[in-house]
Write a protein that binds this ligand. Structure first.
Ligand code: FE
Ligand code: FE
Ligand code: ZN
Length: 303
């Protein structure tokens, strides 16, 4: 385990708050512009779609723009970025044509990420659409075995899901099964994103029992495979399987619980991405709030 042991006295005052925070930004003005824009919002990481979220053709991004973004991130001490595959990409569709297209999208977008080396490529594992979770898990792992390379510089992240419809990834066990079916030589390049809205909607009580949920994650998957957090409130109650994100503090998770997540020793060092229903001004406020939580911890104030 890299960051945390539950045997330690976790709330002693000695540790340093060090999460990165940011939001989804538009790719419409190019790569370097995303970094500049995020810095204006106060962020230290960000997410972007590897192509239009509804799928379709990928835009060709010039290498020099990607290189300028990398230099910008280094200069301004940004954390790793968390790129997101299109929502519509279903690697385990029941229709062979849809499945093949999804695999092409995954392969192409992973190749694009390799031109911006060292970051994360997050995707929704998929929906089994009646084939059964076991079959879906097998198909997803097969795609990863065909498309990933042991020497790739991008880490691929499976996102925890709310369990809407036939989504795979509503339990930590399902994600563990995907990882177990991937070639051990590829596993160092595979991890998990914890989405706070999704795990809550999936039935994990991060409000009343955050330590218990993270312990469960550690037991089933391992916290050393947890590379990123999607920080969202939820419009719906625990276990609703709905997946409707809400602004921080305006949903069923609420600010005190979100503050405990931001400050949790097991989650330090990761990029935290806001996927809340906001415009720029809302993201600026949420980023500032997250930073305040980190500062309060260091000065000993409690939420
Ligand atoms: Fe997502
Ligand atoms: Fe998410
Ligand atoms: Zn979601």
């Amino acid at each position: 385990m890299l960051f945390f042991s539950f045997d330690q006295a976790v709330y002693d005052t000695g540790y340093c708050m060090s999460i990165y925070i940011g939001n989804h930004v538009s790719t419409s003005d190019g790569c370097e512009a995303m970094g500049v824009h995020e810095q204006e919002l106060g962020g230290t990481t960000f997410a972007f779609f590897t192509r239009n979220p509804r799928g379709g053709q990928a835009k060709n991004v010039p290498q020099d723009d990607m290189d300028r973004l990398q230099a910008f991130l280094l200069e301004h001490h940004f954390g790793k970025l968390v790129a997101h595959a299109p929502y519509t990409m279903n690697l385990c569709s029941a229709k062979p044509g849809v499945r093949e297209f999804a695999e092409t999208v995954f392969r192409e977008d992973l190749a694009k990420m390799e031109r911006l080396p060292g970051h994360f490529f997050n995707f929704h594992p998929g929906s089994h659409v009646g084939q059964g979770a076991e079959e879906g898990i097998r198909i997803i792992a097969d795609v990863l075995n065909r498309t990933m390379k042991p020497d790739q510089q991008t880490t691929v992240l499976l996102e925890t899901m709310a369990g809407k419809g036939t989504e795979i990834g509503r339990t930590f066990e399902e994600l563990r099964e995907i990882i177990d079916r991937v070639d051990p030589a590829l596993q160092p390049k595979l991890g998990v994103t914890l989405d706070t809205c999704h795990v809550w909607d999936g039935g994990y009580d991060i409000v009343q029992d955050l330590d218990g949920v993270l312990q469960k994650f550690d037991d089933v998957i391992g916290l050393d495979r947890l590379y990123a957090v999607h920080l969202n409130d939820s419009k719906n109650p625990l276990g609703s399987h709905k997946d409707r994100h809400e602004k921080l503090g305006e949903g069923c998770i609420g600010k005190p619980a979100l503050a405990r997540i931001i400050r949790h020793p097991a989650l330090q060092g990761r990029p935290f991405i806001l996927e809340t229903p906001n415009e720029d001004s809302g993201y600026r406020d949420e980023i500032a709030w997250v930073k305040t939580q980190m500062t309060d911890e260091m000065t000993g104030t409690t939420a």
